[in-house]
Design a protein around this ligand. Sequence first.
Ligand SMILES: [Zn+2]
Length: 103
Amino acid sequence: MGIRKIINKFSVGKQKNAFYAVVKCSDCGEEVRVRIESSSDFQAEYDKNNPEHCYTIKKEIIGKNCYNLMKISLALTREARLLFADTQDCEFIAFKRETEHAT
Ligand SMILES: [Zn+2]
């Protein structure tokens, strides 16, 4: 409980922190962009084998073209730099900070 409180204090809550991930459906090839909010999607992580690993993001995605359920799991550093991505039924394409002029 104490640890979680400390992590929250240092977390990325102050800045505007929206991100997005792009994945490609392994069934139909559709590329799907999914929005990620640091406030709700970042789960604090402690990995003693990989101290850089600070947050985990897990998302389930369904595209428009088919009913394939895609799953991604992203490991991030404290600065929200991507360490690695695990995917299921899709291909990982990108993870980026959302820019202000998103259309
Ligand atoms: Zn698909």
